[in-house]
Design a protein around this ligand. Structure first.
Ligand code: MLT
Length: 254
């Protein structure tokens, strides 16, 4: 499937993949702040944002990675710098496994390589049931408060709320199960031989920064940037600091 995208700027493509339950719109500050360096393209994964899916079924992280590859091909380019957050990072690891020739460099934000624990897998099933019976709002009620650091800008929180509440209930259910079933990406870390920047909110409550530092360290070479005063959605909460880290990385990539 070729996904719907939001685009700004010109030049080599910098492709953004969103987290859950979000959409391309979470990257607004990156689309507006990095368009002098790259053709910035933020994807709506299937079922999210403008990538409407009338009958969501059979979702998997591999399917999303293949959709990203189809979308890259549709842009008429061979390679992209791939910037992905959280669930988007799971997609980025799958994309690396399945389509690595398309990757010029990787920017991994607030994500993790570890699979779900058994306890987390059980919670995914509950989350899927919650999405189906009580709607995505009930999911967001649980996870939304953990998305930011201690003092997020209220307008940023409102934007995240609006994006999340726009995700269809069955899409949220499908994605919960897709995340549950994702493989362990730790064995792939040492195979990554393109430039990598790992960017992580200091106050990420969902994916602790110290655990992320260990995964980043398993990648041959790369940078690790901690974003102060930011939680899980660091690119939305501290866009200037995140954009500065992405800019440094892209200057290194050339
Ligand atoms: C996300 O932000 O994409 C999710 O928190 C990822 C997850 O639930 O594992």
């Amino acid at each position: 499937m070729i996904c719907s995208t939001k685009t700004s700027g010109e030049g080599p493509v910098l492709l953004f993949v969103h987290g859950f339950p979000l959409s391309a719109e979470m990257w607004r500050a990156q689309l507006d702040g990095l368009d002098d360096l790259r053709r910035c393209v933020a994807i709506d994964l299937r079922g999210h944002g403008a990538s409407v899916d009338p009958s969501p079924e059979g979702y998997s992280i591999d399917l999303f990675a293949d959709d990203v590859a189809d979308t890259v091909a549709s842009l008429g380019v061979e390679q992209v710098d791939l910037c992905a957050l959280s669930m988007g990072g799971y997609v980025a690891f799958a994309f690396w496994r399945r389509h690595r020739a398309m990757v010029r460099s990787l920017i991994l934000c607030d994500t993790k390589a570890e699979p779900d624990t058994d306890e987390a897998k059980a919670k995914r099933l509950e989350a899927a049931e919650t999405a189906r019976t009580r709607g995505v709002a009930a999911i967001w009620e649980q996870v939304g408060p953990a998305m930011f650091g201690a003092h997020p800008d209220p307008s940023t929180v409102k934007t995240a709320d609006e994006i999340a509440l726009g995700v269809p209930d069955e899409v949220a259910a499908q994605v919960a199960l897709a995340m549950r079933d994702r493989p362990d990406s730790r064995p792939d870390l040492a195979t990554i031989d393109v430039p990598v920047a790992w960017i992580h909110g200091a106050d990420d409550k969902l994916m602790p920064v110290d655990q992320a530092r260990i995964s980043a360290g398993a990648i041959g070479s790369g940078t690790f940037t901690v974003i102060d005063d930011a939680g899980h959605l660091a690119p939305m909460e501290q866009p200037d600091a995140v954009n500065a880290a992405i800019r440094l990385h892209l200057e290194r990539v050339g």
